[in-house]
Design a protein. Structure first.
Length: 744
């Protein structure tokens, strides 16, 4: 949200009070993290005693919830209600010490120090290993009053029909942190525009806007920069970011109300920032090995039954196209009843038998669900009578017709409602369902009353966490640790602890393929280790060229699914070459499973994603800073998806001797390359000196990786490499490879 009119003036209807000096500093013991530093910051420099009268102040409190992390809370009125932040499972309190001298106050948290200069002008500095990486200076900490007719834009008009707030709040608190020369900003959730966020206005407000708009399904108020730190705004409500777009020398973030809280998270590398951030907000669990295989969907169509499904599976097997998961989309339930968790008996008269037959073919089963209960479903009255649906202030059930006629929304702030919903899932699991696609979770109204009294503004974004947690928890309880996996669309900070997430509703074009990848890279920079997307795009039907190019890209993602809106996405529906492309890249992914599964095991320990922007993996190379049409799959594989029918692709290889995994060709890096590839190929290069664990099977993802394992050693390295391989059953083996040893 922009409050100013150029450098000197405010927009009409806006008045501002800024922290002008650190008038006094003192140590306190009762922060959420233990010892901390409190600063009184008057909104004018106090030159004489009378200046304190009628003078608002901002109270800034600093503390440390974890090593390398400093919490900052700015409050205008400290007694005002605050709706609270995100769950922080990694917060334990770890400030090394708090110091106050005549000239400054300090909070030290390992390599990160917050330094507040006493007196005027206001200056709050953040230092990593003694080097200032950012800070809050003149006119940075502000309290702004906004008149009802003020000329500002909240940026949250999406899905207004759900009762979301589209007007301004009467007051906001903002902070501005300085940007250095050449400093670049990444993250802020799964966003489909440019990977580098400088110059953008980003509103953290979950919306169902597809992949071609400024809206996002997964909004995360966290960013990291090339200067060695990250920032999390600890507010699940509406957070507005101006990333060098209002004050071009700064990142501004603002929230409505009287309190703003944020965390500064030290690096010094982007990977270090992500490690600390995910330690604070939650790390992903290990997902089952079978989930890395190909997911085949019914698509969003009505014309399918068991015979249709069986024909798909038979044909995939006949063509040597391994399928791991079969997904039933919406119409496994009767129309107008979503969600009633009941198989449509007109189409599936024997669901138990059908699921058993699918399991006999060693397939896992996923079914689509959402958090809505349509009024035609018998469950609507059951849930309404029990108080399980969200209500309006007058006590009536909140309902609308956008998606399902008269649908209500399950109130997951009510433990009884959560348990009721989970029992419906348990019944499906008992039938033979292995996992759930948790669709929606973004269209959450704000003109409602929640069972636990939560602020509706806070619950709009946070609802997805309660929804996905309810489903993930029941899978963990019934399937066990390591077997729970979702296919989720919406998320916010902390959502990475309930994988997997997919990119949402893209169109079936090369341009949408590119924007989909940008979304995945942005989500990776927001702490999400796993990510998928609809191969070929969702809306419409792709032509054969788009489908084949997207298939190669999709099977070089952590998770891979054929899915669409109004047509089946089986490869032979496009052409026979699509079958060959699917076979080639599905078999390749199965061979790569010892490598991919280990990346997932490592992500549970470190929080580092499988799909990585080159800026994350090569932070010292300035040539990679803006790259968003290629990525690293783990530390060893560089992938440049081909996004054209003619096969021409331009990409960058960092320094060193790289090897094409598909052709064996060796090329020198540190430069751009232009290549032309057939549909059965793409630039897939192995990093210099990498040792790639290569599996013995190409027909399934969940085999014994240690049986018949090869360690493929690639040129360009020296010394030794340690390679760890963890089998699906948890057996683990470490290999040490001498890169200087002569090859046989």
């Amino acid at each position: 949200m922009k409050f100013t009119d150029g450098f000197w003036q405010l927009r009409p209807g806006v008045t501002a009070l800024y922290a002008q000096e650190a008038y006094d500093l003192w140590q306190i013991a009762d922060t959420p993290d233990g010892p901390g530093l409190m600063v009184t910051a008057p909104t004018a420099v106090i030159a004489r005693r009378g200046d304190v009268l009628n003078r608002p102040v901002l109270t800034t409190t600093l503390s440390s919830p974890a090593e390398g992390v400093i919490r900052v809370r700015i409050a205008h009125h400290t007694g005002a209600a605050w709706h609270g932040g995100f769950p922080m499972p990694g917060a334990g309190g770890s400030a090394d010490r708090v110091e106050i001298t005549e000239t400054e106050g300090l909070v030290r948290a390992g390599i990160l120090t917050a330094r507040v200069g006493a007196g005027a002008p206001w200056d709050l500095s953040f230092e990593v290993d003694g080097r200032r990486v950012t800070g809050s200076g003149h006119k940075s900490q502000g309290y702004l009053r906004v008149a009802p007719d003020a000329q500002v834009d909240t940026g949250i008009v999406g899905n207004a029909r759900a009762g979301q707030r589209t007007d301004t709040a009467p007051a906001y608190v903002h902070e501005q942190l300085e940007l250095g020369v050449g400093e670049l900003v990444y993250g802020l959730g799964e966003r489909f525009g440019p990977l580098v966020k400088n110059g953008q206005t980003v509103d953290i407000w979950n919306a169902d806007g597809g992949t071609s708009s400024e809206q996002a399904y997964k909004n995360v108020p966290f960013y990291l920069t090339t200067r060695g730190y990250g920032v999390l705004v600890n507010d699940p409500g509406h957070v507005s970011f101006e990333v060098g777009s209002e004050a071009v020398e700064r990142v501004q973030f603002s929230v409505p109300g009287e309190v703003l809280e944020y965390f500064v998270i030290a690096g010094p590398t982007p990977a270090d920032v992500l490690r600390r951030y995910t330690a604070l907000t939650g790390r992903p669990p290990v997902v089952p090995a079978w989930s890395y295989g190909l997911w085949l969907s019914t698509s969003f169509t009505t014309a399918y039954d068991e015979a249709t499904i069986t024909s798909f599976i038979d044909e995939m097997a006949a063509r040597e196209l391994p399928v791991s998961v079969f997904h039933f989309d919406c119409f496994w339930m009767r129309e107008f009843n979503w969600c009633d968790f009941e198989w449509d008996a007109r189409v599936f008269p024997d669901p138990d038998g059908m699921l058993a037959r699918l399991h006999e073919r060693e397939l896992r089963v996923c079914v689509w669900i959402n958090p809505y209960i349509a009024q035609r479903s018998p469950l609507f009255r059951e849930a309404a009578d029990a108080g399980y649906l969200v209500r309006r202030a007058d006590g009536s059930i909140w309902q609308w017709d956008l998606w399902q006629a008269g649908m209500g929304l399950v109130d997951f702030t009510n433990p009884a409602a959560t348990a009721w919903y989970q029992e419906k899932l348990r019944a499906l699991i008992a039938q033979g369902v292995d996992c759930f696609k948790t669709d929606f979770g973004e269209r959450i109204p704000t003109d409602v009353v929640w069972a636990d009294g939560s602020d509706p503004q806070r619950m709009h974004n946070l609802y997805t966490e309660l929804y996905n947690r309810a489903v993930h928890d029941v899978l963990v309880a019934t399937r066990g640790e390591g077997e729970a996996v979702l296919f989720a669309r919406s998320a916010t900070a902390g959502g990475q602890s309930m994988p997997v997430h997919w990119g949402g509703d893209s169109t079936s074009t090369f341009t949408s393929m590119a924007e989909t990848l940008r979304g995945g890279l942005s989500l990776a920079m927001s702490g999400f280790a796993y990510w998928s997307h609809d191969i070929g795009g969702f809306e419409g039907t792709p032509d054969a060229a788009v489908f084949k190019r997207w298939t190669a890209f999709g099977l070089l993602s952590s998770h891979s699914r054929f899915h669409g809106s109004d047509s089946y996405r089986v490869p032979w529906a496009f052409d026979e070459e699509a079958v060959a492309v699917t076979r080639r890249f599905t078999h390749l992914k199965m061979r790569l499973m010892p490598y991919l599964h280990q990346l997932g095991v490592d992500a549970a320990r470190t929080g580092i994603p499988l799909l990585r922007p080159l800026a994350l993996e090569f932070p010292g190379d300035p040539a990679v800073a803006y790259l968003d049409r290629q990525y690293m799959l783990g530390p060893s594989l560089l992938v440049a998806p081909v996004m054209s029918a003619d096969g021409e692709v331009e990409f960058y290889l960092p320094d060193g001797e790289w090897t094409s995994l598909l052709s064996g060709e060796r090329v020198s890096g540190g430069r751009w390359r232009r290549e032309t590839h057939g549909f059965d190929s793409l630039p897939l290069y192995v990093r210099p000196g990498a040792v790639l664990p290569w599996g013995a099977r190409d027909d399934r993802p969940d085999y014994d990786y240690l049986d018949g394992l090869e360690l493929r050693v690639f040129a360009g390295g020296s010394g030794t490499r340690e390679v760890v391989v963890t089998a699906p059953d948890g057996r683990r083996q470490t290999f040490e490879v001498d890169l200087d040893a002569p090859t046989p």
